[in-house]
Design a protein around this ligand. Structure first.
Ligand code: PAF
Length: 275
């Protein structure tokens, strides 16, 4: 495995590679990331993992400064799985002030986008830059960040990028909590409570599968139940899997998405439901 920090090293290493599978990350790798890399291993002869905490996708009051940076431990986990780790400094990714941005689709302003203005513009812009640098044939993203995956898919389709996007299932702890680097911000008591988010989604999924059709009532009931336990709920929403639009009654492929804060920690999760 080769660790490279500069664009020139990366381009030199990847010159002539015909089958590159790419996993973009912000590091602090956990089993969920490693699963994405295992999928990449099956999809390309050269596996590239990027590790870059991207400043332009964080809002002014978000956790950019405290986001855990653990490059040595990450590289140890990637030994034998990845061929190339690209870990650029901020100045390498943004050698001049970024004044050109990807304008993400309207769905970027809903759900997480309503609470994190500019987030998906920052994500789409850095992912496009990474795609231009790595030039992969396949890129793997976790379904945990369902809205991100939707935005990336739309960007790839609408900008005609010759890259297959693979969405990987969410990796979960034994109690159901979706794995996330941010879980480590939780206190012990919060970690115990955190399982309620996935349980809430599963409860809603069961109700939908059982014929519940008043989505607004389901969303409000779930939000109220979380709020009663001290969660600050941003949203609980039933949407269409295809584009995250508001579903009509005829829609069979749904996804329930939620974002809520437990103390200072913001958690997101989702559940696909096929009726
Ligand atoms: O999902 C993430 O870790 C980040 O949003 C990504 C895709 C690496 C872009 O910075």
């Amino acid at each position: 495995m080769q660790l490279v920090h500069s664009v020139s090293e990366l381009r030199a290493r990847l010159a002539g590679e015909q089958s590159v599978a790419f996993v973009p990350t912000m590091g602090n790798l956990h089993e969920g990331h490693i699963e994405l890399v295992r999928i990449a291993r099956q999809r390309g002869s050269c596996v590239v993992v990027s590790i870059f905490v991207n400043p332009i996708q964080f809002g002014p009051n978000e956790d950019f400064d405290k986001y855990p940076r653990t490059l040595d431990a990450d590289c140890a986990k990637l030994q034998g799985l990845a061929d190339v780790v690209f870990a650029p400094a901020v100045e390498e990714m943004y050698p001049e002030k970024q004044t050109i941005f990807v304008e993400p689709p309207p769905i970027s302003r809903e759900l997480c986008g309503e609470f994190r203005p500019g987030h998906f513009q920052g994500v789409a812009t850095v992912v496009l830059k990474l795609f231009n640098l790595v030039q992969p044939q396949v890129a793997i993203f976790g379904k945990k960040d369902y809205q991100q995956l939707t935005v990336i898919r739309q960007m790839v389709t609408q900008l005609n990028l010759p890259i297959e996007i693979v969405g990987a299932e969410t990796s979960r702890a034994a109690d159901g909590l979706a794995l996330s680097s941010r879980n480590q911000y939780l206190s012990d008591a919060e970690r115990t409570e955190a399982v309620l988010l996935s349980q809430t989604l599963r409860g809603m999924g069961t109700a939908l599968a059982g014929g519940a059709a008043d989505y607004a009532a389901l969303e409000q009931g779930a939000s109220a139940a979380l709020a009663k336990r001290g969660w600050q709920v941003e949203y609980v929403a039933v949407r269409k899997q295809a584009d995250l639009g508001v579903p009509g009654m005829e829609e069979r492929k749904l996804v329930i998405l939620a974002a809520a804060r437990l103390g200072k920690t913001r958690l997101i999760d989702n559940l696909e439901v096929c009726l």
